[in-house]
Design a protein. Structure first.
Length: 159
C-alpha cells in the first residue's frame, strides 16, 4: 500500500469514503455530502490531500490545510477517513504519519485537531501513541447525528 497525493481519477472513491464518514455523523463536523463537482473543489483546495492506495483502489484519505491565518498560520489541521471495510488494518496510522511529513515539508510548525469526538477511542489512541497531546475537553462540543451532544478533545503535536 502506498500513501500518495490524490489524483483526479481517485475522486469517486475518495468521495464515497468521505461521504461514508459524514453520513455516520459521529466524527466529521460536515453535514453536506460531496458530489463529483464539490468533491473536486474541496480536495483540490487543500494544502495537501493524500490517499492510501493499492492496486488502483483507494482505502483511505486525508486532507491537510491551515488551521488559521496570519500569526497563527503556522498551525495546520487535518482530517482522516478510512473506508469501513478497511478499518483495523493500520491504514489510519500510515495516513497520519504521511500527513505529519507533508505538513513539515509545507512548513507548518504544529498540527492541531480541533474536534476529536471523545468516543472515537481508536483515533484517540492512535494520536496518543504517535505523540499527540490532548489539550483538554470541550463539553458537548460535537452534535451527533441523533441530535445528542458529545465532548470533543482537541489534540496537537509539534512538527
Amino acid at each position: 500500500m502506498e500513501i500518495r497525493k490524490f489524483r483526479k481519477s481517485d475522486l469517486p472513491e475518495m468521495i464515497k469514503i468521505w461521504n461514508e464518514v459524514v453520513e455516520a455523523g459521529n466524527a466529521f463536523p460536515q453535514e453536506d455530502l460531496l458530489d463529483l463537482k464539490t468533491g473536486e473543489e474541496f480536495f483540490s483546495s487543500q494544502s495537501h490531500a493524500g490517499v492510501a492506495a493499492d492496486n488502483g483502489r483507494i482505502f483511505g484519505l486525508y486532507i491537510l490545510h491551515p488551521n488559521n491565518i496570519g500569526r497563527c498560520g503556522h498551525i495546520c489541521n487535518a482530517s482522516y477517513a478510512v473506508s469501513s471495510e478497511s478499518r483495523g488494518k493500520h491504514i489510519g496510522e500510515k495516513l497520519v504519519l504521511d500527513c505529519i511529513m507533508q505538513a513539515k515539508n509545507i512548513g507548518f510548525k504544529i498540527l492541531q485537531f480541533n474536534a476529536v469526538v471523545e468516543s472515537n477511542i481508536h483515533a484517540r489512541h492512535l494520536y496518543e501513541r504517535i505523540g499527540f497531546q490532548q489539550l483538554g475537553i470541550i463539553p458537548n462540543g460535537f452534535r451527533m447525528k441523533d441530535g445528542s451532544y458529545e465532548n470533543i478533545c482537541p489534540y496537537f503535536i509539534k512538527l
